[in-house]
Structures are given as structure tokens and as C-alpha cells.
Write a protein that binds this ligand. Structure first.
Ligand code: PLP
Length: 393
């Protein structure tokens, strides 16, 4: 009998990656499956960014770099923060990692002792609670359901904070709901956090550039600049530039925390891939037209899917402010068909009509489905038709 650590037994594999893998497996068996589980843009990485990677290989930029990122990429990140967010950072306040995932992982490892609490509003990105558990911390889930537009209120935040609280996570626009906090809402949450200067806030800005209806991006530090000494800004190139496979994310914040996170990284992965860093630098410094092109396509698909879903009986879907996800409430449809949990309901949709979705409970809120519209309009139309058929029995 092989004995595994208690640490690894606390966590589960990413459910979103699992749905994608199951859909791929069924497809390989010849089943006609429409996958709406994917958490990545369906576009190719823009050509100029690819070329930067190819040039990096040709020029021999294929060796170790500084653990925390090359001088050039850190400068591009600092410029990006100044340009897009009005944030002022020095190179020693930046850490480049192997995707946004590693950024958050490093943060939890650098910050948490056993029993330290991390406030995570639900619905949440699937990895936050498990990464907190891996760091011996305790996820404190604050439920923000559809009636409050999936947004944590200042009163909920205040009530969740105690002497063990180390970190609060805010992801806006959000995976899985697509909903974004307004500047005023962020400022109000910020007022609560200013009363607790020992509590850090991590703002996960991964979907910053995918916003609809002309909305402009705001994070909690932009809304409340006094939070600078207690804020970690997390971002990356995966979603904005369709670079998920390149694995580049970055974090910015107080020097001591970035230094500790860099130490963790120096004893795990070391630097992210040298070639990917060159490509990410080109992405951040280059023409941003490609970002707008993808954003516009996502908005068009969003508008179609949001309307079409609401036309299905028993489905109640809020519009998204951004991202490429919708998170409709399916309670009506589930009840009508006699389902009491969304996991069985999503299995039925996969089995019966070949549509792969991720159940809301994977994100901490039962009764919903996350649909990714990072796929063609044709696939979305087919998926809607099939879901409607399944729901109508
Ligand atoms: N944060 C959020 C909210 C995400 O949805 C994702 C990816 O799904 C990430 C971070 C991490 O992205 P990556 O590790 O691919 O850069």
C-alpha cells in the first residue's frame, strides 16, 4: 500500500479540466459532443506574439532567466500597470510565474500558516479553495448567489473577517459568473479592508480585457488606492492574448511578499519558460488590436447566448459584464425534470444530448451551469437547441 501525504488527500483535480477531458474522451470514441467546458479562448495566439517566441529560440534565449522574470518582461509589466491601471510598481515588486495559477499558488504558500483563513466569495474559480488547503489554510466561503448578482456585500465581508483572516480574494470580472463589481462596489469593499490593515486582498484581474457594453475595467486598488500596502494584483497573458499554453502569469505587491513568493518559486519551478517570457513581453508591449478583436467576438457570442438561454423554460441567466462565461440558474429546469443536484443534471446533459458543461457546485454554487462561449457561434446555436430539447423532456 502506497501512503500519500494528508496534504494531497485534501484536494481534488480541477473539475473544469476534468469536464474538458471527459468531453474529449467521448469525442474520441466517436460521440457527437459539444464542449462548453473550456476555460480558454478558442482563438490562435496572434502571429506577432508567436513570432517573438520563434525569434527567442533563434536568438538562443533558451537558458535560465532570473527566477522572478527577465528585466525586459518585468519592465513591460510595470508599463502595463501604469498604462492600464495607474498602478506604480518597481521591479522588486513583480514576480512572473508559470501562469496565473502559479501566482496564486506562490501567494498561498508564502502567506499562510496552519489554520489561517482566506475569504473566498462563491461562486469562485475552482482553484482558490484547493490551493488554500494545500497551504494548510482554511477557505472561508462567502456565498453570493444570483439574487445579489453573485457579488459579496461589504456587510458579508465584514462579518467574515476575524483575527485569523489573512487574505480576501476578489476576481472581477469573474470566472464562472462573468459578473464584475462596479467601482462604487469595490470602493465600499475597500473601506471594510482599510479597517483591517493586516488583511491582504488579492485582486485576480485575469479577465481585465474582456468586458462588454463599453464598460471600463476597475479593480479594488484602482477604486481604493489607499489599499496599496495590503493589495496583491494578479494578472497574466493567458486569456487576454489567447496564450494559455505559454504559461505566463504575474503578481505585483509589497516587496516582502513578492520576495517570499520568489523564494517559493526558486525552490519549485525556477523561472517560467524563457521563450514564453519573450512572447509575453511582445504581447504586453505590442499593438493591442488583437485583444479588441477577440473581445468583440466574445461580446457577440455573449449577447446571442444570454438571450437564447433565457428563452429556455426553467433557465434564468444574468448577463455577464465580461469574460467568456455565463452562469445560468437551472433550478427551474432541474426541478421540472426531478433533479436535486446539478452534478447529475450536467451528467444527463452530457449523456443524453452531448453537451459538456461544468456544474455550478464545482464553483461553490449548486443549481447553476457554467457555459463557456469560447467556441464558435455554430456550436453555441447547436448547444442551445440541445439543452432546450433535454429540458423540455
Ligand atoms: N484566475 C482565474 C480567475 C482564471 O479563470 C484562471 C484560468 O482559468 C487563472 C487565474 C489562471 O490562468 P493561467 O494559469 O492559465 O494563467
Amino acid at each position: 500500500d502506497i501512503k500519500l501525504s494528508s496534504r494531497v488527500q485534501r484536494i481534488k483535480p480541477s473539475p473544469t479540466l476534468a469536464v474538458t477531458a471527459l468531453a474529449a474522451q467521448l469525442k474520441a470514441q466517436g460521440r457527437d459532443i459539444i464542449g462548453l467546458g473550456a476555460g480558454e479562448p478558442d482563438f490562435d495566439t496572434p502571429e506577432s506574439i508567436k513570432q517573438a517566441g520563434i525569434t527567442a529560440i533563434r536568438e538562443g534565449k533558451t537558458k535560465y532567466t532570473p527566477v522572478g522574470g527577465t528585466v525586459g518582461l518585468k519592465k513591460a509589466i510595470i508599463d502595463k500597470f501604469a498604462r492600464d491601471n495607474g498602478h506604480d510598481y518597481k521591479p522588486e515588486q513583480i514576480l512572473v510565474s508559470c501562469g496565473g495559477k502559479q501566482s496564486f499558488y506562490n501567494l498561498t504558500q508564502a502567506l499562510l500558516n496552519e489554520g489561517d483563513e482566506v475569504i473566498i466569495p462563491a461562486p469562485y474559480w475552482v482553484s482558490y479553495p484547493d490551493m488554500v488547503l494545500l497551504a494548510d489554510g482554511k477557505p472561508v466561503i462567502v456565498t453570493a448567489d444570483q439574487s445579489q448578482h453573485f457579488k459579496m456585500t461589504p456587510a458579508q465581508l465584514e462579518a467574515a473577517i476575524n483575527s485569523k483572516t489573512r487574505l480576501v480574494v476578489i476576481n472581477s470580472p469573474s470566472n464562472p459568473t462573468g459578473v464584475a463589481y462596479t467601482r462604487e462596489e469595490l470602493a465600499a469593499l475597500g473601506q471594510v479592508l482599510l479597517r483591517h490593515p493586516n488583511v491582504l486582498v488579492a485582486t485576480d484581474d485575469m479577465y481585465e480585457h474582456i468586458l462588454f457594453r463599453g464598460q471600463t475595467f476597475c479593480n479594488i486598488l484602482m477604486a481604493c488606492p489607499e489599499l496599496y500596502p495590503q493589495t496583491m494584483v494578479l494578472n497574466g497573458v493567458s486569456k487576454a492574448y489567447s496564450m494559455t499554453g505559454w504559461r505566463i502569469g504575474y503578481a505585483a505587491g509589497p516587496v516582502e511578499i513578492i520576495k517570499a513568493m520568489t523564494n517559493i518559486q526558486s525552490q519549485s519551478t525556477s523561472n517560467p519558460t524563457s521563450i514564453s517570457q519573450e512572447a509575453a513581453q511582445a504581447a504586453l508591449n505590442g499593438d493591442q488590436g488583437c485583444v479588441e478583436e477577440m473581445r468583440a467576438a466574445f461580446e457577440k457570442r455573449h449577447d446571442y447566448l444570454h438571450k437564447a438561454l433565457n428563452e429556455i423554460p426553467g433557465v434564468d441567466c444574468l448577463p455577464a459584464d465580461g469574460t467568456f462565461y455565463l452562469f445560468p440558474g437551472m433550478q427551474g429546469a432541474m426541478q421540472a425534470l426531478g433533479y436535486d443536484n446539478d452534478i447529475d443534471f450536467s451528467s444527463m446533459l452530457l449523456e443524453k444530448v452531448g453537451v459538456a458543461l461544468v456544474p455550478g457546485s464545482a464553483f461553490g454554487l449548486d443549481g447553476h451551469m457554467r457555459l463557456s462561449f469560447a467556441t464558435s457561434m455554430e456550436n453555441l446555436e447547436k448547444a442551445v437547441e440541445r439543452i432546450a430539447k433535454a429540458v423540455q423532456g
